[in-house]
Design a protein around this ligand. Structure first.
Ligand code: SF4
Length: 305
């Protein structure tokens, strides 16, 4: 990308005209008709399988989730099968995806669907958002990708495209979502949302945007402004660099859960896998994992679930 050269304005961006937004929406949708990535959850409209994929995609890169999609949806074929597998079974299955608390929430969502919706994933936004672990983004994604509704999905990729291409300025999640909602071409909610996610994931990337290949290059507000500062940097909803992983509590927590995937263990065995000297710090992690429902204690032994 040739970097724009002037500083970006930090004033609140105005909503572009509806006709402009609709034209941008059609451009993105048309690009998607030729360029969508082949991702396995795009071949189904099964709301539960899409929910499983979306929960996995919350904090894991799409290629990694794609590798695991078949095994996940085979073992978690329905909300009922997920409940029957048990919380510990879902946590064990989540190996390699990271952020294991999502497995706990996924199992809780399956329980809620079985108990409150007779095992059928609900289709209304309110009902979806009443499920454990399903926030506004995931609810909209299920509406768009399973039920093909003309609602906008607003994830980190979309937020970046909004700030750069459409507004040319930092924006809030509420405003950015409002803008993209006006861009969804009628009857194309599924394809438009898949396309804008791919523009953000494959072209308008955080570090090295591929402007020459971008379908928005002629209208991109940031590119046209010549601004030096990337408006996506201070836009709500865009991803931030994570802190150091080596030696972190996140790493130690992951090691404890990974050890328990092999079978139950004593505190001493859990302490050993963390690589930490400080026993009090390990105890704090173990207590937190119990509080979060990831592990349980039976006498001197700990296990998943
Ligand atoms: S929207 Fe397209 S043209 Fe604009 S910064 Fe992103 S990749 Fe470049």
């Amino acid at each position: 990308m040739s970097s724009p050269q002037r500083a970006v304005s930090l004033t609140t961006p105005e909503l572009p005209r509806k006709a402009v937004l609709q034209a941008v929406g059609r451009t993105i949708d048309e690009w998607g008709s030729r360029n969508l990535r082949a991702l396995p959850w795009r071949d189904t409209r099964d709301p539960w399988h899409i929910l499983v994929a979306e929960v996995a995609l919350q904090q894991t890169q799409a290629p990694r989730v794609a590798e695991r999609y078949a095994s996940l949806t085979s073992a978690l074929s329905s909300p009922t099968a997920t409940v029957e597998l048990g919380k510990g079974g879902v946590i064990a299955l989540w190996s390699g995806l990271g952020y294991n608390a999502r497995a706990v929430r996924l199992h809780a969502a399956a329980e809620a669907i079985v108990e409150r919706f007779s095992g059928v994933v609900p289709s209304s936004n309110d009902d979806l958002r009443s499920l454990p672990g399903i926030g506004p983004y995931t609810a909209a994604a299920i509406e768009a990708f399973a039920f093909e509704r003309d609602v906008a999905v607003y994830d980190t990729n979309v937020a970046r495209v909004m700030a750069r291409a459409v507004l040319g300025a930092p924006t809030t999640a509420t405003h950015g979502w409002q803008v993209v909602s006006a861009m969804v071409p009628a009857g194309s909610g599924w394809s438009f949302n898949q396309a804008i996610i791919d523009v953000g994931a494959t072209l308008c990337t955080a570090r090295n945007p591929q402007c020459d290949a971008c379908p928005l290059r002629r209208r991109c507000a940031w590119k046209r402004s010549g601004a030096l500062i990337d408006p996506a940097l201070s836009t709500a909803g865009t991803s931030r660099p994570q802190g150091r992983f080596e030696g972190s509590a996140r790493q130690a927590r992951g090691r404890v859960v990974e050890r328990l995937r092999q079978g139950s263990a004593t505190f001493r065995q859990l302490h050993d896998v963390t690589g930490w000297e400080d026993e009090a710090k390990v105890r704090a992690i173990v207590v937190a994992l119990i509080d979060e429902g990831l592990i349980t204690r039976h006498a001197a032994n700990y296990s998943l679930g």
